[in-house]
Ligand binder design. Structure first.
Ligand code: PAZ
Length: 386
């Protein structure tokens, strides 16, 4: 049975999205609700066609593990695309391969968590990541024996059998659910739905938000339907090309003469909504990526204060596989580092732009137990104050 296949769920009878949507008529305590971009986003941008099926699997998975009081981590992983056209030919993307997320998911499983792995389609996956990287092709691990049967090369037997055992355990115990997304819109809809579905887990829920989510997007109302024509001979009038003709602005991506102009809207900041509304009892861990070392700690502190969640893990593009900065209210600032000398040839050779090879010790093997320790402390605190 594939990892993502689980029996049919038996509850969840109403559409929580509709219930939670705020229309201009909605009022709270007799007062009109201010329509922030976070509140209007889901009425203005379409629900992905894959959402219902994914959510169906997520609910079954959550119920199964809630009944055995297991901690459940939602691990988000990989980059998001920003389509420029509705029938998408062109899109904006980012660098993330999903290494952090896929590797962390394995260590969460090892720590006894059930993991919902919300990942960018075709990015790295737990377990198969050891053999799917372009510099780590699975074919290089195989050979044909004397009888012509395909077997694993002797030198890889022990490492491969270790990974295979862990993979089979996750399948057998149904502790890993793989859910893919592609666009930033897919990601946001999935995040909200899964977060709401995880509410029954209470403090046993953990959000580990390692995905590199775009800060900018093309709202549905400013998205052209068809491929943007680069040739001036085929330019249509821009307003007619917009899906929603009530939009007063030009399409977000359009030609002006020979130039492609892209004018993106900011993606609403959903972390605050997640913390306060979608997952009020869960532990929430966000990641902050920077390239300028002098900004990292300040930006991580800023995010922690602004969103009032539990932990920000700061990392720099070029050193993210060797060191990360934990920033939390409970424990202040702490660097987590792979010991010098353990940086060398790893099982997974990746180019992170630093010129170094991956570490022998994966930094996620240090990050995840720390996060799990903080999560257990939080659960204990909740229990003792209940
Ligand atoms: O996917 P990857 O292993 O190549 O990179 C991981 C990462 C740098 C995307 C992640 O650790 C991270 O920082 N995510 C959040 C990025 C941000 O929104 O700032």
């Amino acid at each position: 049975m594939p990892l993502s296949t689980l029996p049919v769920p038996n509850r969840w009878t109403r559409d929580q999205h509709t219930a939670n949507m705020v229309s201009p008529e909605n009022h709270t305590n007799g007062q009109a609700t201010t329509l922030t971009p976070e509140l209007t986003y889901f009425t203005a941008n379409p629900k992905p066609t894959t959402l219902d099926q994914g959510l169906h699997q997520a609910r079954t998975f959550i119920q199964h593990h809630a009944s055995s009081n297991r901690r459940v981590a939602l691990v988000t992983s990989g980059g998001t695309t920003v389509p420029l056209e509705n029938q998408t030919v062109r899109f904006i993307d980012n660098f993330s391969a999903g290494t952090r997320g896929a590797t962390s998911a394995e260590y969460f499983l090892q720590a006894g968590y059930a993991v919902i792995f919300l990942h960018r389609q075709f990015s790295l996956l737990p377990y198969s990541r050891h053999y799917s990287h372009s510099t780590n092709c699975f074919l290089d691990f195989m050979t044909a024996n004397a009888e012509g049967k395909v077997v694993v090369e002797d030198e890889y037997q022990s490492q491969m059998s270790k990974v295979l055992k862990q993979y089979e355990k996750a399948k057998r115990e149904r502790t890993l659910l793989l859910l893919p997304f592609t666009t930033v819109n897919d990601y946001l809809w999935h995040l909200r739905s899964i977060a709401e579905a995880m509410q029954p887990l209470g403090a046993n829920a953990l959000f580990y938000l390692a995905a590199a989510v775009s800060d900018f997007f093309v709202p549905a109302a400013r998205m052209v339907e068809h491929k943007i024509q680069s040739s001036e001979d085929f330019h249509r009038t821009s307003a007619a090309a917009v899906v929603d003709n009530s939009a007063t602005k030009l399409p977000a991506a359009h030609m002006e003469g020979k130039s492609l102009i892209i004018d993106l809207d900011p993606v609403p900041k959903f972390l605050k909504v997640l913390v306060d509304g979608w997952a009020p009892e869960a532990m929430i861990v966000s990641f902050k990526l920077e390239t300028d070392p002098s900004l990292l700690a300040e930006k991580a502190r800023y995010a922690l204060k602004k969103y009032a969640h539990h932990l920000v893990i700061g990392n720099l593009l070029n050193t993210r596989k060797w060191e990360v900065l934990f920033v939390s209210v409970a424990e202040g600032e702490n660097w987590v580092r792979v010991e010098q000398g353990l940086a060398g040839n790893g099982a997974e050779a990746g180019d992170d732009g630093s010129g170094k090879k991956d570490a022998t010790v994966e930094i996620e093997s240090l990050i995840v137990p720390e996060v799990a320790r903080m999560h257990v402390m939080m659960i204990d605190n909740c229990a003792s104050s209940a």
